[in-house]
Design a protein around this ligand. Sequence first.
Ligand code: NAX
Length: 326
Amino acid sequence: SPTPLKVAVTGAAGQIGYSLLFRLASGALGDRPIELRLLEIEPALKTLEGVVMELDDCAFPGLAGIEIGHEAEKVFEGVNLALLVGARPRGPGMERGDLLEANGAIFTAQGKALNAVAADDVRIGVTGNPANTNALIAMTNAPDIDPSRFSALTRLDHNRAISQLAAKTGASVTEIKKMTIWGNHSATQYPDLFHAEVRGQNAAEAVGDQDWLENTFIPTVAKRGAAIIDARGSSSAASAASATVDAARDWLHGSAQDDWVSMAVVSDGSYGVPEGLISSFPVTTKDGDWKIVQGLEIDDFSRGRIDASTAELAEERDAVKGLGLI
Ligand code: NAX
C-alpha cells in the first residue's frame, strides 16, 4: 500500500479542528491513506486526546495513524502538508500590536520547525488569523522552504462569494466559475464579479446592478464572519474547515479545467500587488504548484479595491517587521 500522506494540523483541539480532522480522515484529500500529526498547546492536549478517541471510534479505513504533541519539531517531522489553524484570538483589552506579537511568536516558531523537519515536498496552508500575515511570518522564518509552498486561506471568502452570487442569480454553485478574492482575508478583501462567470456570462453583467454589487454583495461576503458570530454565538468553524479542505485538495490535485480558485500567495508584483506580500489572487493549480492567472483587465473600481486591501497588508507587514518578527 502507498506511504501515507503526513498531514499536520495545528490547533487541532479547537473548533475548526473538530470538523477538519474528520473530513481529512474520511478521505477528503483523495484515496492515499493519511497520517495525522496534531499540534496543540500543552493545556489542550487532554481535550485533543478525546478528539483522537472519537477519530479512533470512526474506524476510518484511510486513517493510517495519529500522533499528537505540543512540540512543533516533533509533530512536524516529515510532514507533506501542514495546515496551520491554531492561532491566538484577540482577547479582551488586546491591542492590534499585542495580537500580532502573540501570533508572531507562534508562527515564527512553527516556520522554523517546518524549515528544520518537514518533508521536501511540504505544502503549508495557514488558516489561523491574521492568516496572510501569519503566513508571511512563517515563510520568512523558513528560509530553506520555497516561498511558493506557503499560502493563506481565502477559499472560505471565495466559497461565500460563489454562494451569494448563486442565490442572487438563481444559478447553482456549479454554474459559477472564475470567482476571485483579492487582497487580505479581512474586511478589506475584494470579491470580484467583473471576471467571474455565471452560466458562461460575465457575472457583473448577469447581475446588472452595480448598487447590489457594491453595497450588498461585497459587504455581505467581507462581513460574513461577523454575521456568523452574531447568529451562532461562535465563529465559523465547519465552513472554515470545509474551505481548508477545498484549498488543500485543489493545491495537491489541481484546479478544474476552465476555472480558477482564490489563494493568498506570495506576490511577484502581478496586478500591482507589492512583491513579497501574501495576497489573495486568482490562481490555477496543478501537481502541487500554483500560478497566478495573468492578463485580466483591472478597471478603476477594482484597482481601488485591490489597492486598499494590499495597503492594509503592507501595514501589517510593516508592523511585524517593527516587532522584529520578519
Ligand atoms: P479555537 O480557539 O476554537 O481553536 C484554536 C486552537 O488553537 C485552540 O485549541 C488553541 O489551544 C490552539 N493553539 C493556540 N496556540 C497554539 C499553538 N502555538 N500551537 C498549536 N495550537 C495552538 O479557534 P477556531 O475557531 O478553531 O479558529 C482557528 C483560527 O482560524 C482562528 O485564528 C480564527 O480566527 C481562524 N479563522 C480563519 C478563517 C479563514 O477563512 N482564514 C475563517 C475561520 C476562522 O475565523
